[in-house]
Write a protein that binds this ligand. Sequence first.
Ligand SMILES: [Zn+2]
Length: 298
Amino acid sequence: MKLVYSDQYDLNLGDHVFPSIKYRLVKEQLLRDRLAQPGDFVEPAAASDDDVALVHHGEYIRKLQTGNLSYLEILRLEIPYSPELVSAVWLCAGGSILAGRLALEDSAAVNVGGGFHHAYPDHGEGFCVLHDVAIAIRRLQKDKVIEHAMTVDCDVHQGNGTAAIFRGDHSVFTFSIHQENIYPYPKPPSTLDVNLRDGVGDDEYLQELERGLSKSLKEFSPEILFYVAGADPYRDDQLGGLRLTLEGLEKRDRLVFEKAQAKKIPVVVTLAGGYARCVEDTIQIHTNTIRVAKEYAK
Ligand SMILES: [Zn+2]
């Protein structure tokens, strides 16, 4: 299984609650645990502006590229603006496109980054500048290698950008399972939302996920599934209020892959959020997801 990764994914945020150094740390742990060889990593090319424009408005793209976001727009991003940030998110969108193509060949692929599900066509928010997953889906549709896609969003925060981008589009089914009483507000409706109350743990989460996935895959037959595998439903997360254990999160991953594999649907993993008090836990959760993905790849 291929792992799409670049050292340039690091958004260089320094001492920020979003540990963007995690991408490099995940790569290092995968090598250390012998879950990957150096040759398994493939370097993406940046998405083209045409690719980005399949999802985002021209004016927003120009503002990003020329450094002309307003103070309020930067505030809403909740991460500092820099030209390096712009390069990183264009590269990461290219990474999700590449991971999508690789998953269609190998039945599973991972972008060791991405999952920026809070980005909207005309603005970014919640650490998300460009919606890499939506860009990848639109590009694969444009290339006519897929018609129908599903997003399965297990980040603790609802996939508001995803829901808004694909609202009313019957070619993309958006499923999100998340904590209800937490950012984002409002939550535009996904095709299927599972709103969890505060403090939900492994058993209830896995039951709800199983039910939601079964319903989604009964109603809709995608040719590709993008799994937004946020590490933040973890019980020791600083931003989330669910109580999943490391084992519960791994069962979550396994459930997503089992359901997809039963219908022979290729899966693309993106990492999304993760704000555990110990960054090592976030790295472990992402590494576990990739280990599970590898078991299901051809
Ligand atoms: Zn999140």
